[in-house]
Design a protein around this ligand. Structure first.
Ligand code: GLY
Length: 500
């Protein structure tokens, strides 16, 4: 039987789609790789300035920036808001980018204010709140106790699962609504199930993603925002929208949540159905982006092109497309997704969207929270900023694609691959994961940023597969180092952050 999504892919591989892909691969004249590199670096510098100013302006770490007001300053919300995890998430990304302990201290402060959210069983957004804050913090520092908070949050989310529907419930209104946004929060369940939590959380996440694939994704790769279910029979009651123009239109941020969520679901499960679905959604986005590559708030908004753009939908899509470009199997798809992501990023880094030189305390202008309610329209949104920074770091290689996907059985790529280290402040041990395709003698050479040789370690002969270089810094002081890893005749370098 051909599933709906296989049909979607088939339609999308039509000759017309090939023309689209070729168009997407055609870079606009302004965008050379070098130009984009410098736009990305400048935007990261600008993000750091804005976030530092925001830390000072907000001051109180129980208050969480959400969206900008008329005068450019941030409106803040308490920890219970669905958006509270994004500001500490931005601070963790800045720590990852710079290795500077100032960001570490700020990130910890705003993360600590979210501690009680782990017990929130009242919304699927417990995932956003805890995984963007504690999740990033744990990924970067292995801070003891953070993992327990994440596991407890996963347990809270799991209480919202109904096995008849096969989904976690998103909101508490309607009968049993599941929104496309909820795909994002499955990452919490998937991570937790692999890191000390219940195995059943993995099955819940897979079931939720499969049901969403069937019920929210249309034949052309576009998405519904809401499907309301009967929790007793599992039947669909009706499909709806809250933030989109109409039930049958495609709310732009919802489309990006789905694209990101299915990409993540494939990364975490290796289930090809999720890759196919992610590509279907990606193709819809790529095919329907306007000239400046930033979607309108709804792909079918009534008065196009005189409608508001939504930079948050663009930033989420850019980050997802960068990841998808490393997961898609066909070279043409990989190139098309990468090119689309770069086009979006170039636009977001331009004066049309970057808040540089304006009164805004945000990083990206022109986000739309809820057009239908006329709230947070044409403002800077904290989640737009978060996914923009994530995309900039993915583009720069600071956030590396995760080890893939089909478990250990996946062939190791030719040569070898090195991944970002896990800096752990106050602990001079760090770990750099890498994988080899054939047995090789391995050597690690550490240089400081002036290029001076700091240390050499002989790793002996290592077999094919995944390994970890556990680095004991000995007497090295805190700072950023370059580690050159030599495997046989090949070598690669990574930046390593060491903090005491
Ligand atoms: N998850 C809520 C929103 O995207 O507006």
């Amino acid at each position: 039987m051909i599933t709906q999504n296989r049909m979607v892919r088939r339609v999308l591989f039509s000759p017309a789609r090939m023309v689209t892909l070729l168009l997407v691969l055609h870079y606009p004249e302004v965008l050379s790789a070098q130009n984009l590199d410098s736009l990305v670096s400048r935007s990261l510098e600008f993000a750091a300035q804005q976030l530092q100013a925001t830390v000072v302006a907000v001051g109180d770490s129980t208050e969480y920036p959400r969206s900008t007001l008329e005068d450019g300053s941030w409106s803040v919300k308490s920890s219970s808001s669905w958006t509270s995890g994004f500001f500490p998430g931005c601070l963790w990304y800045m720590f990852q980018w710079t290795g500077d302990s100032l960001w570490y201290r700020w990130a910890r402060r705003w993360t600590a204010g979210l501690r009680d959210e782990q017990y929130d069983t009242g919304t699927h957004d417990v995932g956003f709140k805890v995984f963007c804050s504690y999740g990033n913090g744990y990924r970067l520092t292995r801070e003891s106790g953070y993992d327990e908070v994440i596991l407890r949050a996963a347990q809270s989310l799991a209480t919202r699962y109904n096995s008849t529907v096969g989904c976690t419930r998103s909101w508490n209104n309607r009968t049993f609504p599941v929104i496309i946004d909820n795909m994002m929060n499955l990452e919490l369940l998937l991570w937790a199930s692999k890191n000390g939590g219940e195995a059943s959380w993995y099955d819940m996440a897979v079931s939720h993603a499969l049901r969403t694939m069937e019920d929210h994704v249309r034949m052309d790769g576009s998405t519904y925002q809401i499907v309301d279910y009967n929790p007793t029979t599992g039947d669909i009651i009706q499909k709806e929208t809250a933030q989109g123009y109409s039930v049958e239109s495609t709310w732009a941020r919802g489309q990006s949540w789905g694209l990101y969520g299915f990409t993540m679901a494939y990364r975490e499960t290796g289930d090809d159905r999720f890759l196919e679905t992610a590509q279907g959604l990606a193709d819809y986005v790529v095919h329907n982006l306007p000239d400046d590559y930033v979607p309108y708030w709804d792909y079918q908004a009534p008065d196009l092109p005189n409608e508001e753009k939504d930079a948050s939908a663009a930033a989420i899509a850019a980050s997802a497309l960068l990841e998808l470009s490393t997961l898609a199997t066909g070279e043409q798809d990989q190139l098309a997704y990468r090119a689309a992501a770069e086009n979006i990023l170039a636009s977001l880094c331009s004066p049309a969207y970057l808040a540089e030189g304006t009164n805004s305390h945000g990083i990206l202008l022109h986000g739309v929270g809820n057009h239908n309610k006329d709230t947070e329209v044409d403002v800077s949104l904290i989640y737009a900023n978060y996914y923009f920074i994530e995309a900039l770091l993915r583009y720069s290689g600071v956030i590396q694609p995760k080890l893939a996907l089909r478990g250990d059985s996946q062939p190791v790529p030719e040569g070898f691959v090195v991944y970002q280290n896990y800096p752990n402040p106050f602990n001079p041990h760090t770990t750099i994961p890498y994988q080899l395709s054939s047995p090789s003698p391995v050597t690690f050479v550490v240089y400081d940023l002036t290029g001076r040789l700091a240390h050499t370690f002989e790793g002996g002969i290592q077999g094919p597969g995944r390994h970890q270089f556990k680095f004991n810094a000995g007497t090295l002081s805190s700072g950023i180092y370059l580690v050159k890893i030599q495997a046989g005749t090949q070598s690669q370098s990574v930046k390593m952050t060491l903090m005491r």
